[in-house]
Design a protein around this ligand. Structure first.
Ligand SMILES: C[S@@+](CC[C@H](N)C(=O)[O-])C[C@H]1O[C@@H](n2cnc3c(N)ncnc32)[C@H](O)[C@@H]1O
Length: 485
């Protein structure tokens, strides 16, 4: 099955080959477009045959680098024209869902404009140009079917269409994950899958509330995780063990009921067990507040002003547990919403500061976390801690703070991700490294061992597995030496 992939721009200071997607410190630059980079002469020759010949001419004529999706669309046409000679796209691409009829007018318009840009760009190659409508549909297909090609630490390198991989449906409790070996997509089982079961992946970030995941899936993939529907599913022909790579062959139409056991995330503190009803009481409450803080407290934002929209439904409970909620839910909800609006504002400002390398973010996050003492299992506490961890690592001298943030994040990730999942493995690896740096060898050994156990499955060829095994070994040796003293 052919695959189509394109690298992101070099402005991201990437050091990977545009054909094989392997990293190298010694890349050859294309003498024509001066954009594409290759790990070897062989890779360069293969890329040339796979569409770079036309791409190179188009890039030179264009004078700037178009966005990755536009380059990918053009590349597919060039590659397929070479294969079929008539410019028609193969059935494996044509049969991918585009959901055109579900798109609103703005999005249709946006794809139509991108199609015009794609055609303009393709003109520079001297080849014939596909119909604008076909290009717009192809771009719509990308949105529901493409995969972001990432490195082992989940940093994006490029984008690709893998027609067979695009057959996998979404589940919030997936049994499979995708990873990349060079430009190849590989699906690995993250749990035991019996023969005949459906293979599923996660289309969206799993560390999100159910309401957020549902909204993202509706907006981008046009289905509702609450609705049972019949659709084409990908089956696993024979039993797959936990760390096996999947062979996907069978397709069948089945009714989907996969979301029944999807855990619902709320901020309800499971220790107290209270508050669950409050979430229901407030289920439809939604308040919009001005971004400006006023002494009078929350106020409805004037039209046109930047708003924070705060949905009370998924987080009101823990905070409200002490209050007499049944008597006055709306007042209570607005008070909570106001507090959360402040937290969201601090989170957004601190994230901006960290991206710009400014380190006041740590103090800002500390203030926001302080105001969430009574919301221990709240999703926004997790997000604040994530920014705090990034900020503390960026500082380079706040390792105690980084360790505290990483420790506090672990229960969230253990709770939200499947037991074997790359984000969980990578977080354990970060935790192990920080603990080792601060001479907490016991903790470093425990987390490095746990990280290696997960990453061995999710990244079997990754250097990170070797790093974790070495760290585990070294930290254990330090512990033994300390015990003998
Ligand atoms: C990448 S395609 C997956 C393959 C798709 N089932 C097909 O037959 O072409 C993504 C589309 O599949 C459908 N889909 C994927 N997961 C689903 C799910 N859990 N429930 C309902 N529809 C789903 C949605 O229409 C979505 O836009």
């Amino acid at each position: 099955m052919p695959r189509y992939s394109i690298g992101f721009d070099p402005v991201r200071k990437s050091n990977y080959c545009h054909h094989t997607f392997t990293s190298s410190t010694n890349l050859l630059r294309c003498a024509g477009c001066k954009f594409a980079r290759y790990a070897s002469k062989e890779a360069q020759r293969a890329a040339w045959k796979n569409g770079h010949q036309q791409e190179c001419a188009a890039l030179q004529a264009c004078g700037r680098i178009p966005p990755a999706t536009i380059r990918l669309a053009a590349r597919i046409y060039w590659k397929e024209r070479r294969l079929t000679g008539d410019g028609a796209l193969p059935h494996s691409i044509e049969s991918l869902q585009h959901h055109w009829d579900d798109l609103d007018d703005d999005r249709k318009q946006s794809y139509a404009q991108m199609a015009i840009v794609t055609r303009e760009y393709m003109k520079g190659s001297g080849t014939s140009i596909p119909d604008a409508k076909d290009v717009a549909y192809l771009l719509a297909r990308f949105a529901c079917n493409n995969h972001t090609i990432c490195d082992d630490e989940l940093r994006p390198k490029g984008v690709g269409i893998f027609p067979l991989g695009a057959m996998l449906n979404h589940s919030c409790t997936p049994n499979t994950m995708q990873s990349f070996t060079g430009s190849r997509i590989v699906f690995r089982a993250v749990q035991h899958i019996p023969a005949g079961a459906e293979a599923t992946i996660a289309y969206v970030e799993l560390a999100a509330t159910r309401a957020e995941r549902r909204a993202m899936l509706k907006a981008n993939y046009f289905f509702d995780i609450d609705a049972n529907q019949e659709l084409c599913v990908t089956l696993v022909p024979k039993e797959v063990r936990l760390d096996d790579t999947l062979t996907l062959e069978l397709f069948e139409r089945r009714s989907m009921t996969m979301d029944e056991h999807d855990p619902e995330l709320t901020c309800v503190d499971s220790d107290t067990g209270s508050g669950a009803n409050v979430v229901r009481v407030q289920a439809e409450e939604c308040a919009t507040f001005s971004d400006e803080e006023t002494e009078a407290g929350p106020s409805q934002a004037p039209a046109g002003q930047k708003n924070w929209e705060v949905k009370v439904q998924c987080w009101g409970a823990a905070f409200l547990q002490g209050g007499n909620v049944q008597n006055d839910p709306t007042t209570q909800a607005i008070a909570v919403a106001w507090r959360l609006a402040t937290i969201l504002r601090l989170h957004a400002s601190a994230s901006d500061l960290v991206s710009q390398g400014q380190l006041e973010a740590c103090d800002m996050i500390a203030t926001a976390l302080q105001s969430m003492q009574d919301m221990q299992k709240h999703i926004w506490r997790m997000r604040l801690l994530e920014v705090q961890l990034r900020a503390a690592i960026e500082c380079g001298n706040k390792w105690d703070l980084a360790l505290d943030a990483a420790r506090s994040l672990l229960p969230f990730y253990t709770w939200l991700y499947p037991k074997v999942w790359p984000n969980l493995g990578l977080h354990l690896a970060t935790l192990a490294k920080i603990a080792a740096l601060l001479d907490h060898f016991d903790e470093a050994a425990t987390h490095a061992e746990a990280a290696a156990a997960i990453l061995r499955i999710t990244h079997p060829e990754g250097q990170i597995v070797q790093d974790m095994l070495r760290l585990w070994h070294d930290a254990s040796a330090e512990l033994n030496a300390n015990a003998e003293e």
